[in-house]
Ligand binder design. Structure first.
Ligand code: ADP
Length: 472
């Protein structure tokens, strides 16, 4: 897709531009205008005016607009996917998968727009009628990360628009082009003026501009726990509503009765999608001693077969997004080696001329004092350890401030429920390495976040309940 260099609907508002870099080659592929404080203020004004009109539309109108947008995205899916590969680095087939997944949120919430039900509540007085109606919260500021440049936008924007809100998106500085492309298609699909806008540039300034403006009623954020905590503190000033989808440190548990082949398959999906740069990617693996040898052998075979390279070639794993991510992954590998971990596959960087490539890595004999067992790695690294007792592994799995996703492989139904109930995580993948889907709530316990995205819960984040008490 041809890129347009503007930060909102059709107008250039920039005082300067930021470079968009292809992580596979480190070449500048485009430039995007930087929003100023004044231009953001203007965007908020336009969004507020648009919200006042949009909230009056019927559910059918919202449905039809969202479905027109959905259909246009489907029509342009290959161009959108190539763009994701270019600015984010993931292999093209994964990028295409992301566009379809992202579009799934638009389709799901187009339907949900028709199911924003209120309630008639039984009254304790004969002459009173009690009603609850749902209304969109107002203008939403959506701050999104680079790892899923399309899906993290539609997962927020689609329910917000379906709820009757207007949205200003601030994509990650690494991946603004996908946001601009999606918004351009929304206008092609008939988006009312100002309902959906994009701003780009200095994240801290944009964050503050959103937080300080009382016309923005809701902030929705996906990103690091560190920035999430900062936004939560800033939101307190005007008691702004906030949804946070933050970091994770997912345990992957293989029980003694697990189907080893299927467990390896699930782990490969969980770990190597997007080169391990996903917040629900498994970060530490615990395999029951009884099946450890068999599991390790099969896993090694699968990991060794992975092809690494630029995402526009026929590969399974692309480059990491930037130097900071790359350095952190290498730090985790080297820390594990220093503390007695054994590299049985990979263990360092790969050279493709330019770009930040890490060899898919398996670390054996890891211990709980290693960085990879405590901090989010965000890279293609599997730390392997063993366990003997279910309760012990549950304790270790829960011993983290994070609580986003956990994985359990077992063929025993009772054990499946035992683990699912005992693990303090918002998402449990039972023999399933890829649990995310538009129909289900996604979000974390503890420091992994607040609120849910996706499913019926996802739209509630953009709705206010209004209670009406009527005396007859
Ligand atoms: P990562 O380390 O994975 O890039 P971040 O939390 O830094 O995760 O980034 C996620 C999103 O948050 C990006 O859009 C980024 O620009 C934005 N961001 C970073 N710092 C701030 C901030 N101080 N205020 C608001 N948004 C921010």
């Amino acid at each position: 897709m041809k890129q347009k260099q503007h930060t909102k609907t059709g107008k250039k508002t920039a005082s300067s531009e930021i470079d968009v870099i292809n992580p596979a080659t480190l070449e500048v592929i485009d430039q995007v205008s930087v929003s100023t404080k004044a231009s953001i203020k203007k965007c908020i004004g336009v969004a507020e005016a648009s919200f006042q009109e949009w909230k009056k539309t019927t559910a059918d109108e919202k449905y039809h607009f969202l479905m027109s947008w959905h259909d246009l995205i489907s029509k342009h899916e290959e161009g959108l996917a190539s763009n994701i590969t270019a600015e984010q680095g993931k292999p093209f087939k994964e990028a295409l998968g992301e566009i379809r997944y992202a579009n799934g949120f638009i389709r799901w919430y187009a339907e949900e727009a028709k199911r924003i039900y209120g309630q008639l509540v039984p009254s304790s007085a004969q002459d009173k009628r009690l009603m609850v109606m749902k209304q969109g919260v107002g203008v939403v500021g959506a701050i999104t990360p680079w790892n899923f440049p399309a899906a993290m936008i539609t997962r927020k924007v689609a329910p917000a628009l379906a709820a009757g809100c207007s949205v200003i998106v601030k994509p990650a500085e690494e991946t603004p082009l996908t946001a601009i492309n999606l918004v351009a298609l929304a206008y092609k699909a008939g988006c009312p003026k100002g309902l959906l806008q994009v701003v780009a540039g200095d994240p801290a300034m944009i964050g503050r501009s959103f937080m300080e403006d009382q016309r923005i009623k809701k902030i929705t954020f996906t990103g690091s726990t560190e920035v999430g905590k900062l936004l939560m503190a800033q939101a307190s000033k005007h008691v702004k509503k906030i949804t946070l989808e933050l970091g994770g440190h997912a345990p992957f548990i293989v029980a003694e009765d697990a189907d080893v082949e299927k467990s390896v398959e699930a782990l490969m999906q969980s770990k190597f999608r997007n080169a391990g740069q996903t917040c629900i990617s498994c970060n530490r693996v615990y395999v029951h001693r009884k099946v450890y040898k068999e599991f390790k052998k099969l896993l090694l075979k699968e990991v060794k077969s992975l092809r690494v390279g630029p995402g526009n070639e026929d590969v399974d794993i692309g480059p990491l997004i930037n130097r900071a991510t790359y350095s952190k992954v290498l730090k985790h590998i080297n820390d594990a080696k220093r503390k007695g971990g054994k590299v049985i596959c990979g263990g360092g960087s790969l050279n493709f001329g330019k770009g930040y490539y890490i060899a898919p890595t398996i670390l054996d004999q890891v211990s709980s004092n290693m960085l990879c067992m405590k901090e989010e790695t965000f890279g293609p690294v599997i730390p392997l350890s063993t366990f003997q007792n279910d309760d012990d592994v549950i304790e270790v799995a829960n011993d983290t401030p994070y609580g986003l996703a956990a994985y359990v492989c077992t063929r025993d139904v009772s054990r499946a429920f035992y683990f699912s109930e005992a693990l303090d995580y918002g998402i449990i993948g039972l023999n399933d390495g890829m649990p995310s889907t538009p129909q289900a709530p996604f979000g974390g316990f503890k420091e992994s976040g607040l609120g849910r995205e996706g499913g019926a819960e996802g739209i509630e984040e953009y709705l206010e309940s209004k209670f009406i008490s009527m005396k007859l």
